[in-house]
Design a protein around this ligand. Sequence first.
Ligand code: AMP
Length: 279
Amino acid sequence: MKIVKSVCEVKEYVKELRRKEKNIGFVPTMGYLHAGHLSLVRESVRRCDYTVVSIFVNPTQFAPNEDFNKYPRNIQSDIEILEKEGVDLIFIPGDGEMYPEGYQTYVEVKNLQDRLCGGSRPNFFKGVCTIVLKLFNIVTPDISFFGQKDAQQVVILKKMVCDLNLDVKIEALPIIREKSGLALSSRNEYLDKKQKKAALCLSRSLIRAREMVETGEKNVALVLKSMKTEIESEPLARIDYIEIVDSESLQPVNQINDKMLIAVAVFINNVRLIDNIIV
Ligand code: AMP
């Protein structure tokens, strides 16, 4: 397994693979890997000739008041994990490699980026799209694997790929959860035992929503109200948003239908967690 820090070296590596007509799977991550990340890596290794994983905590997607500096990092353990999974190359650039002095270019997917998580984190998707496009240009993957955990990210990246005529397929894979129902996230690391238990209100609210929809409830307001009650019954929880939207346009739906994204963002103490289901 190669471990590479420079853009040039990755480009040389993939040029050679292209010459050999090998296809490339790519998994972008911010590291501190868990089973959610590994589900993407395994699928890439299974389906592609070569798998590239990037580990980069992207500064441009964090607001000044957010957790960029304290975001959990453990490169050594990540490397060991990826080696065992049969990854071919890990790209671990420094901040200056991705954003050298004088960097000025950003990518935005207007409208889609302003809703849900973009509503509470205004420059977040601009940072995400910019780094993902840069990584796509460097790695030139045939398929790139993303988690449905970040459902809005998947919708936005698919739009970016379509609008900018990129030659990469975005593959979205299911959310990996703990047995308790809690969606795996590097940020779960911030939670103590009591807070982790409190965090179960996210998945509980989604289960409640799914039950209501499956038993024929058509009234969006009633489903939202029931989810709100579920989350508010947890004293440590503070709702950022609860939304039921069309799974492609991300616009709120008036009536329950068959392609909806039900998404929540909730602070447990000061840790912002997200979860969702597609119904
Ligand atoms: P991150 O390191 O948080 O930027 O995540 C890297 C990739 O892993 C993204 O595509 C995430 O959607 C995906 N991911 C994170 N958590 C999970 C999870 N619990 N299940 C599936 N994919 C996940």
